[in-house]
Design a binder for this molecule. Structure first.
Ligand SMILES: Nc1ncnc2c1ncn2[C@@H]1O[C@H](COP(=O)(O)OP(=O)(O)OP(=O)(O)O)[C@@H](O)[C@H]1O
Length: 601
């Protein structure tokens, strides 16, 4: 096996070092004004020697009581940037925070897994302040138990929007009259997942919507409410949320070049003196700037290696398996996340990756079957039982070497340690989703690689990413392929043969088709996955519909990529009807283009 494959280019070590320098601030946590006990805990128990730049910028602003909008690359420590100041301010309250005072801080997150993760970090941070109680409420959990916990009192509450609204409407014992902070972590995702209405209702309930009558009175005393919005990607929807929930926010991490000139926009607060001029860049204080700055290029970790692999449709699965095998042969201890477009597709691929057996090909080994991939495989998607979802999330997090097959439910905010490789087997669609998916690796200055699968007909997607400042280089798959034995022997002479005709790929495809055909249950999984995959393909929006066009797909080849030998006509009638409808709609949308000659690109 070629040792060079997948290795970052020679300058990568330097890039990683540069990345770390760019990541961390030159001040300490104590310089930011955090309580010494909290600083000691961060350093000794959590191993955080210094704040990241984004933390150095955000923590003093959060402590100053101002509203805040933060945009910073994935894995730069945004969670601590809001939780540390909240814990700091809560521990110094007089009289001491008590459970009967109810909730002081509310953190809204888009997914259940992120809810558990943020809760875990909050638990660590309050370790030395036992009177501050973190807790969570989220979809899929037992409502009655949550009600009981809310009745007892939760000082820092992490929640998914739907379940929180439910409690606001139906749990009379939920005390939130002392609420001081509302945090929207992954603000854009919360809105994109269709929680927009729930969020507006939540703000209305809490009296935290701009223009709403102020309900924040506690024994006649006005409580200052502070709202914080954070994400690695912001969009127009966040702009709307910002407008209805933030008053004169300080904006952090926005593109330096697009910042209005002159220092007058910088904060005049004393905290800025803690930061060098350089570190202070990117702080804006003008609500009108939100829209202008929200939708610029995305920032990705400097040390992240990003590549794409061009694969014809029918060979996709065989190529995925080959790349995984090569990765785990190169380094036994690996953590890889594979993103797919649908829950059914996750279930099917999880079954293939965890159960496919094969014989290595040499005559001697012919009868000895072994697992194609020997590592542990986990799956995660929104249709799983809550308990299984939790087990997968915690299980993959604690493994040293494993594969996680997931939908976009794992794309946002999740911080699995030591993930080295992200494979986007199905394209993400929006460039912002690409950024979050690849952001599950190369966190906090660590190395990481990302690989995007594209069919030859989809290569224009690279231009779309480029237009957002994201550029990828080609993955040398042929070299990987040449390193695999055919009929038990590594090829001596390299002949240029097409991927689909390569003996290794053909033999793997035969094994796959045999595996799928062997059991009715597996065949059903493959068919369901096929149908849902095509449906998801037709669901690309806006400009992307021109790149991911279902009518350009060869459905026979798509079926092959699910290990199915049968033609798609055998697959679900209702699905065929949907496809026809979709094609009709597409035609109706573009009547003028019908007669155009194919463009020469
Ligand atoms: N100051 C620090 N020093 C070292 N590690 C840190 C520091 N702050 C946070 N971390 C670690 O960095 C990792 C990423 O942090 P976090 O999940 O908060 O990033 P994020 O910016 O919210 O990422 P995303 O945009 O993907 O949600 C976590 O493992 C966290 O424990």
């Amino acid at each position: 096996m070629s040792k060079k494959l997948g290795k970052p280019p020679p300058a990568a070590a330097a890039v990683q070092e540069e990345g770390r320098e760019e990541l961390f601030a030159s001040c300490s946590f104590a310089d930011l004004g955090l309580h010494p006990t909290l600083c000691a805990h961060l350093q000794d128990k959590m191993g955080f020697q210094a704040p990241t730049r984004i933390q150095a910028q955000a923590i003093p602003v959060a402590m100053s009581g101002q509203h805040m909008l933060v945009k910073a690359a994935t894995g730069t420590g945004k969670t601590l940037a809001y939780l540390a100041p909240i814990v700091h301010l809560l521990q110094m309250r007089e009289p001491r925070v008590d459970r009967t005072h109810g909730t002081f801080a509310l953190v809204l997150v888009p997914t259940r897994e992120l809810c558990l993760q943020v809760y875990g970090i909050a638990q660590q941070l309050v370790h030395r302040f036992h009177w501050i109680v973190p807790g969570y409420v989220m979809g899929g959990e037992n409502r009655a138990k949550e009600k009981a916990r809310l009745r007892k009192g939760i000082s820092i509450l992490i929640a998914t929007p739907g379940r929180l609204l439910d409690h606001l409407q139906h749990t009379a014992s939920f005390v939130y009259s002392n609420l001081c902070w509302i945090v929207f972590d992954e603000a854009d995702s919360i809105l994109e997942l269709g929680f927009g209405k729930a969020v507006e209702d939540i703000l209305e309930h809490l009296g935290s919507r701009n223009g709403a009558p102020d309900q924040n009175k506690n024994k006649g005393e006005h409580i200052r409410r502070q709202n914080l919005l954070l994400s690695a990607t912001l969009n127009e929807k966040v702009n709307r949320l910002a407008k209805i929930s933030l008053k004169n926010p300080v904006m952090i991490g926005l593109d330096d070049q697009k910042k209005p000139s002159g220092k007058s926009n910088k904060l005049g607060n004393s905290h800025t003196s803690l930061l060098s001029d350089d570190e202070d860049d990117g702080i804006l204080e003008n609500q009108n700037d939100i829209l202008e700055h929200a939708v610029d290029d995305f920032k990705l970790p400097a040390q992240l290696v990003q590549r794409y692999v061009k694969v014809s449709c029918g060979s996709r699965l065989a190529v995925l398996l080959t790349i995984l095998k090569s990765l785990f042969e190169r380094q036994i201890s690996q953590k890889v996340v594979i993103f797919l477009s649908t829950c059914d597709s996750v279930d099917f691929h999880y079954t293939v990756l965890s159960q496919l057996e094969w014989s290595s090909g040499s005559q001697l080994d012919k009868d000895k079957k072994q697992k194609f991939l020997s590592c542990k495989v986990f799956r995660l998607h929104g249709n799983m039982e809550q308990d299984d979802r939790k087990k997968s999330f915690l299980g993959f997090g604690s493994e040293k070497s494993a594969i996680l097959v997931s939908t976009d439910v794992a794309a946002r905010g999740l911080d699995f340690p030591k993930v080295k490789y992200i494979i986007q087997y199905d394209s993400p669609g929006e460039a912002s989703e690409y950024v979050h998916r690849v952001g599950r690796t190369a966190r906090i200055g660590e190395k990481g690689e990302a690989l995007l699968f594209l069919q030859p007909i989809e290569l224009d997607y690279l231009k779309d990413l480029e237009s957002h400042g994201v550029s990828l280089t080609e993955y040398p798959f042929q070299k990987v392929l040449d390193s695999f034995p055919v009929n038990g022997q590594k090829p001596h002479k390299r002949k240029m043969i097409s991927l689909d005709m390569h003996p290794w790929i053909m033999s793997l495809q035969r094994s796959l088709e045999g595996f799928v055909a062997a059991e009715d249950a597996t065949k059903k999984l493959a068919r369901d996955a096929f149908c849902s995959w095509v449906r998801a393909y037709t669901a690309h929006r806006g400009e992307l519909k021109k790149i991911f066009m279902v009518k350009k797909l060869h459905l026979g080849h798509v079926a092959k990529s699910f290990g199915l030998k049968e033609q798609p006509s055998l697959v679900g009638r209702s699905h065929q009807v949907q496809l026809k409808k979709r094609k009709k709609e597409e035609k109706r949308e573009r009547p003028a283009k019908r007669r155009k000659l194919p463009s020469k690109k």
